[in-house]
Write a protein that binds this ligand. Structure first.
Ligand code: PMT
Length: 392
């Protein structure tokens, strides 16, 4: 998401660069807008360096209507710290500097404010009335927290920590993101196919790619049903992701086919075992004296092909293909055979791609002939690229 961080003149402005850094780390593009008073506490150079973009602080500097072009660019405005002054100005419709003008122009988009001031100022009826007015217009307040204040007293008035503000941004995005109101299914991780009570057939999938997809979908506002094979990964609790932990391909099949009909789309990144032992011993198998051992395998259901057969008009189905040779031809064949809208090809011949690692390099091939190729990126960045491609 494109987020504008607005900074006003309070001592907590020193935490604004950290907030910008955390928002960027969470994958957002960030620009800053500051009041003149804010620049008494934090410098232009710092804000431009951490955001990687020019600071907006002067209504007249560019000679253009920058408050409007910045409003068009931004998808959310986070004011941190928000002083009593800026809260009062917005509540009264005053626009006399760069940030207050931007805030009035931003009336149809989500705004989060993190108030910070002395506790008696915060308790003042005028401030409380203004805060209630802003809340009634849909502006979300995070904090203020209780604790020691810069003026030496203790009370309610500290700006919430940047981590808290980032969580609040994530919550707002879940209700306002481009996929708000949609439900998506994601499969992740390996499957384990039991041989006996202590052994299984498995593979090297860590679940990282699938968990990154689930997080990115939730970040874009979707509700996610994540069906995952055995992995030690967890989803951050602030996200709306329902995690279904399964072990075998047949369990994954049961969970995925149950939720798919209520989903807008599905992205299947799990590395599912194609075969399982015909029989699973309920005890530990012992050596029987012979040199070799023959294990009879039977085929597992193909979850992706089954969903391809169930797919309704309007549902989007995305598969993965992990290949080692004839990559494109194999991926294209799977796209058609399994009735997919997109297939995401990753090749074990690309260094840094595939199993276990934190990075991936993918080719997203569409049924319509489209082709999007990524460089080597983090799995989080790849997940966002996939979601942007398959939902646009
Ligand atoms: O988990 P990581 O360590 O982060 O690694 C990510 C990954 C390498 C596992 C992932 O990027 C990936 O490539 N996943 C698909 C691996 C795979 O099994 O590909 P495949 O070509 O065998 O299967 C094709 C597609 O059919 C996949 O979407 C798979 O989920 C699906 N499938 C396969 C067999 C089966 N019985 N049911 C299925 O749904």
């Amino acid at each position: 998401m494109k987020i504008i961080v607005g900074i006003t003149g309070g001592i907590a402005a020193y935490k604004a660069p950290e907030l910008v850094r955390l928002l960027k780390k969470a994958g957002h593009e960030v620009r800053c807008a500051a009041t003149g008073h804010a620049l008494e506490f934090v410098t232009r150079v710092t804000l431009e360096t951490v955001s990687g973009a020019p600071l907006y602080s002067d209504l007249f500097a560019s000679g253009r209507t920058e408050h409007i072009s910045l409003k068009d660019w931004g998808e959310m405005l986070v004011v941190a710290p928000a002083t009593a002054n800026i809260i009062g100005k917005v509540a009264s419709g005053i626009a006399d500097d760069a940030l207050s003008t931007l805030l009035l122009a931003f009336s149809s988009k989500p705004v989060v404010m993190a108030p910070a001031m002395n506790c008696e100022m915060w308790a003042h009826p005028a401030v409380q009335r203004n805060v209630e007015t802003l809340k009634s217009w849909g502006i979300r307040m995070v904090g203020p927290a209780e604790g020691e204040l810069a003026c030496g007293v203790s009370g309610v008035g500290r700006m919430s920590e940047p981590e808290e503000i980032v969580k609040s941004v994530a919550t707002v995005l879940q209700h306002t993101g481009p996929l708000a109101g949609q439900r998506w299914l994601v499969t992740a991780g390996p499957t384990y196919e039991r041989i006996d009570s202590v052994r299984f057939i498995g593979n090297y999938s860590s679940g990282k790619m699938g968990f990154a997809l689930a997080e990115a979908l939730a970040g874009a506002g979707a509700e996610v049903e994540l069906v995952t094979g055995p992995t030690s990964l967890n989803i951050s609790t602030s996200r709306r992701v329902n995690v279904h932990r399964v072990e075998s391909a047949r369990e994954m099949y049961a969970a995925a086919t149950e939720v798919f009909p209520s989903c807008h789309g599905a992205i299947l990144s799990a590395a599912v075992a194609d075969y399982r032992p015909a029989e699973c011993a309920d005890h530990k198998l012992k050596k029987n004296g012979s040199e070799g051992m023959t294990l009879e395998l039977v085929q597992n259901p193909d979850i992706l092909a089954t969903l391809g057969g169930m797919k309704r008009e309007g549902q989007t189905l995305v598969g993965f293909a992990l290949e080692t040779d004839n990559e494109e031809a194999n991926a294209q064949r799977k796209l058609e055979k399994k009735n997919l809208d997109y297939i995401v090809l990753n090749s074990l011949r690309d260094k840094g791609a595939g199993f276990g690692v934190d990075t991936n390099k993918v080719y997203i091939i569409g049924r319509d002939g489209s082709r999007t190729e990524s460089p080597l990126l983090s799995k989080q960045e790849v997940a966002r690229l996939i979601i942007n491609t398959v939902t646009s």
